[in-house]
Design a binder for this molecule. Structure first.
Ligand code: AGP
Length: 614
C-alpha cells in the first residue's frame, strides 16, 4: 500500500519527507520518490526503484533544497515497477507535482482526452493524468485549490492526493476521495505535515487531524484550511495522539514483529485498562454507545473482517455466543457486500480491523449501514475511518503495530471480543454474577499467562533449523482453537512464503489425511479442553501414516508429549482465553522460520500493512 508524506515549514523539506517515508516502509512498496520546490522556483524530483536507501543515495548525490516537499512510496497498481512510474508525477510543464494513493477508475478516458489535446504522458500510471489535469486548470488561471477541486470532480474511484505547485510556493494542497488510504494532517510549530499514517508525523507533533472522503486541506506554515469538495470551509478539532515516537520504533529488537510479539503482555494490559472494574467485577465499554435496552433487543451479530482480523472474528463467535447468548455469523469483508446480506432488525455488524482502513472491511460496513444495521468496530488506529464511521467502537489499545504480520493486534482484538461478550452478557443478564466475577478474575491473570509465552525461547530456533526448508505445513485445531490453526498457518505463509494450511482437525478424514507424509510437518493444537482426547487421536493418526507432529500442549502433559515428535508448551488457561495464549507460540514459530530463511519479516513481498485498494 502506498505511503505519502508532505511538508511545509522552516526545515529542508526533502529531509523531513524522507524520514517520514522511512516510518511508512512497513506498508510495503517497490519504488519511491520526492519532489521539492527549489529556491530557484523550479520543482526538483528524485525517484528510485527498490528500497528507500537507493533514493537516499540519490538525494545525497543530488540534494533537493527548499521548504516545500512531497514524497511517496509506491506499491504498483497501474504500470510496472520502474523509475518512470515512481511518484511524484509532474504536470503543467513541471510546475505542479502530485503523489497519489488509490486507483482512478476512469483514467483511460481521461488519458485519451489529454492525448487529443496533444498532451502525452511519460509514465504508465493513472496518477500522471491527474498532474496534467490540474496543470491544465492552473494554465487556465485557477489557483491550486480550485484546480484540484475541479479535477477531483472528474475522477471516479478512491484516491488520496497531495499537490505542490511552483506557482504557489507557500502552500500544499491535499485531498481525499472515497476509502483509499487515509490522510493525516500534523499540526506542528510553524510547520505542517501530511501523511498516510501517524508514525510519519509522530516525531514532529502529536496534534493531528484526519481528512475524510471528499475533503481537501490547504497547508501553510502557520495555518491549515479545510474544505469540502463543494468548497465549504470547516474546522475539525485536532486529536492528540497518545502514542510516543519511541513506541513506534524497533528499540532493541531485530524486527518490529519480534517487538510486537514480545510486548503482548503490556499491550493486553493496556487493552484492559479503563474497561475492567476488577474491584466490583464489572465491564465498562462506554464507547460502544449501547443502552441496556438496546443490548437486550439485540437479535444477531455479524462480524466482518479480513485476514488475521477474520480469524479473530471466528474466535469471537465462540466468545459472544457463550457469554452474551447472541447468535453470531462471521463473514470475510471481501465477500459480505457481494452476497446481498440479509440484515434483520436488531442486528449489529461488527467490523474488526487493526488499521481501520481496509477497503473490503469499510465497504462491508457501508453495505451494512445501507441495510440498516447498527455498526460497531474493534479497531487499533485512532481516527481511522472504521472508528469514525461506526455507531460504537472498542479500541484495541495495542499501540502502533508496524510489522505487516499482525500479532498484538490479533490478541488484543480477542481481548476486546471477550470484553464485548462480558459487557453484553452483563447488560442482557445472560451472565450469572459469579460467572462474571470469575471471568474478571481470569482477565486479571491474563497478562501473566501471556507473559509465560511472550519470550522467543530457544525451541523456536531449533524447530526453525529442523523445518525451514519444508515446503508445506498443516495446522490442526478444534473448536475455539480451529481459528488459531488458521491464524498459525497464515503467519507462516505470509512471512516465510512456505505453503501452510489450517484445518479443523475433524476434517482430516474427509480428505487432507491423504496429504500426510514425512515431508509435511503437522502442528496440532491440543490443550486439555473438551476435545482434548480427539486431538490426541488426531496426533496418533498422523504418526501412524509416517507424519511428523509438532504438538502445542499444556505444560507437563506427558500423555500428549508422548504422541508428538516436538512440543511447544503453554500454561493451562480457561478455554475461551486459550486462543489468546495458543496463538503466540505459532507467531514465534513463523517468525523463527522466516528469519532462518532470510525473509523480509517486517515487509513480506507483495504484502501491505493496510490493504486500501481492492
Ligand atoms: C495479517 O497478518 C495480515 N497482515 C492481514 O491478513 C491483515 O490482518 C488484513 O489485511 C486485515 O487488516 P486490518 O485488520 O487492518 O483490517
Amino acid at each position: 500500500m502506498c505511503g505519502i508524506v508532505g511538508y511545509i515549514g522552516p526545515r529542508r523539506g526533502a529531509d523531513v519527507v524522507l524520514a517520514g517515508l522511512r516510518r511508512l516502509e512497513y506498508r510495503g512498496y517497490d519504488s519511491a520518490g520526492i519532489a521539492a520546490l527549489q529556491p530557484d522556483g523550479t520543482i526538483g524530483v528524485r525517484r528510485s526503484v527498490g528500497k528507500l536507501h537507493h533514493l537516499a543515495d540519490k538525494l545525497a548525490a543530488q540534494p533537493l533544497a527548499g521548504h516545500l516537499a512531497v514524497g511517496h512510496t509506491r506499491w504498483a497498481t497501474h504500470g510496472g515497477v520502474t523509475e518512470q512510474n515512481a511518484h511524484p508525477h509532474l504536470g503543467h510543464g513541471g510546475r505542479v507535482a502530485v503523489v497519489h494513493n488509490g486507483i482512478i477508475e476512469n483514467y483511460t478516458a481521461l488519458r485519451r482526452e489529454l492525448t487529443a489535446q496533444g498532451i502525452t504522458c511519460a509514465s504508465e500510471t493513472d496518477t500522471e493524468v491527474v498532474a496534467h489535469l490540474v496543470g491544465g486548470y492552473l494554465e487556465a488561471g485557477d489557483d491550486l485549490l480550485t484546480a484540484v477541486r475541479r479535477t477531483l470532480l472528474r475522477l471516479h474511484g478512491a484516491s488520496a492526493f497531495v499537490f505542490i505547485s511552483a506557482t504557489e510556493p507557500g502552500r500544499l494542497v491535499a485531498a481525499r476521495l472515497g476509502n483509499a488510504g487515509g490522510l493525516v494532517v500534523g499540526h506542528g510549530e510553524g510547520e505542517h505535515l501530511i501523511a498516510s499514517d501517524i508514525p510519519a508525523i509522530l516525531e514532529h507533533t502529536r496534534r493531528v487531524s484526519f481528512l475524510e472522503s471528499r475533503q481537501l486541506v490547504v497547508l501553510e506554515r502557520e495555518r491549515a484550511s479545510f474544505y469540502t469538495l463543494d468548497g465549504t470551509t470547516f474546522s475539525p478539532t485536532p486529536h492528540l495522539i497518545a502514542w510516543d515516537p519511541v513506541s513506534a520504533e524497533k528499540g532493541p529488537y531485530r524486527h518490529f514483529m519480534q517487538k510486537e510479539i514480545s510486548e503482548q503482555p503490556r499491550a493486553i494490559t493496556d487493552t484492559l485498562r479503563g474497561r475492567v472494574d476488577f474491584h466490583h467485577g464489572l465491564i465498562h465499554l462506554d464507547t460502544l454507545n449501547l443502552t441496556p435496552q438496546e443490548a437486550r433487543d439485540l437479535q444477531h451479530i455479524t462480524i466482518v473482517a479480513c485476514g488475521t482480523s477474520y480469524h479473530a472474528g471466528l474466535v469471537g463467535k465462540f466468545m459472544l455466543e457463550h457469554l452474551a447468548q447472541v447468535p453470531v455469523s462471521v463473514d470475510y469483508g471481501s465477500e459480505f457486500r457481494y452476497r446481498d446480506p440479509l440484515i434483520r432488525p436488531h442486528t449489529a455488524v461488527l467490523a474488526i480491523t487493526q488499521s481501520g482502513e481496509t477497503v473490503d472491511t469499510l465497504a462491508a460496513m457501508e453495505e451494512a449501514r445501507r441495510k440498516g444495521a447498527r455498526l460497531w468496530a474493534i479497531v487499533n488506529a485512532l481516527g481511522s475511518q472504521a472508528q469514525r464511521h461506526a455507531d460504537g467502537y472498542v479500541m484495541m489499545q495495542a499501540g502502533p503495530e508496524i510489522g505487516v504480520a499482525s500479532t498484538k493486534a490479533f490478541t488484543t482484538s480477542l481481548v476486546d471480543l471477550y470484553l464485548l461478550g462480558l459487557y453484553l452478557g452483563q447488560l442482557r443478564g445472560t451472565l450469572a454474577e459469579d460467572s462474571l466475577q470469575q471471568a474478571v478474575a481470569d482477565l486479571a491473570k491474563l497478562p501473566e499467562w501471556v507473559g509465560q509465552v511472550a519470550e522467543l525461547r530457544p525451541v523456536y530456533g531449533e524447530l526453525a533449523e529442523q523445518f525451514h526448508k519444508r515446503e508445506h505445513f498443516l495446522y490442526l485445531g478444534r473448536k475455539v482453537n480451529y481459528p488459531i490453526a488458521l491464524e498459525g498457518a497464515l503467519k507462516l505463509k505470509e512471512i516465510s512464503y512456505i505453503h501452510a494450511e489450517g484445518y479443523p482437525a475433524g476434517e482430516m478424514k474427509h480428505g487432507p489425511i491423504a496429504l500426510i507424509d514425512d515431508q509435511m510437518p503437522v502442528l496440532t493444537i491440543a490443550p486439555r479442553d473438551s476435545v482434548y482426547t480427539k486431538m490426541l487421536s488426531q496426533m496418533e493418526q498422523v504418526k501412524a501414516r509416517g507424519g511428523t507432529v509438532i504438538g502445542l500442549i499444556q505444560h507437563g502433559d506427558k500423555v500428549a508429549q508422548a504422541k508428538a515428535d516436538f512440543v511447544l508448551e503453554v500454561p493451562a488457561v480457561p478455554p475461551l482465553l486459550s486462543p489468546i495464549i495458543n496463538v503466540i507460540p505459532l507467531q514465534w514459530l513463523a517468525y523463527a522460520i522466516a528469519v532462518r530463511r532470510g525473509a523480509d519479516v517486517d515487509q513480506p513481498r507483495n504484502l501491505a500493512k493496510s490493504v486500501t485498494v481492492e
